[in-house]
Design a protein. Structure first.
Length: 101
């Protein structure tokens, strides 16, 4: 198992591995192809979450995520994956600015 932060979805606890470069590339391409407001953008996010969580939990399937992810926990799941992958923004940093050294 790849070490990482833990999160709970539904009644299951997951250890979040960093997202692979391939998963990030597919997510970026999907977001490019499906702008904000396009319902297919949810599919891109869900596939990214599934692919990343399956690194440590290969038995996880989209049916589980469709049942247990909701608008209340989607943001925290994505933030946990981004944090596990090294994409962190300090609270003091303004969006679009280079973090302070």
């Amino acid at each position: 198992m790849i070490d990482g932060p833990k999160l709970t979805i539904g009644d299951r606890e997951f250890t979040v591995a960093p997202a692979t470069i391939g998963a990030v590339k597919r997510q970026m391409a999907g977001y490019r192809d499906h702008p904000v407001g396009d319902p297919a953008r949810f599919d891109v996010s869900m596939q990214f979450i599934l692919e990343t969580l399956q690194r440590n939990h290969p038995d996880l399937d989209m049916e589980f995520l469709d049942q247990w992810l909701d608008m209340r926990n989607l943001s925290s799941v994505m933030q946990t994956i981004q944090s596990a992958s090294g994409f962190e923004t300090k609270k003091d940093d303004a969006p679009g600015e280079t973090p302070a050294a």
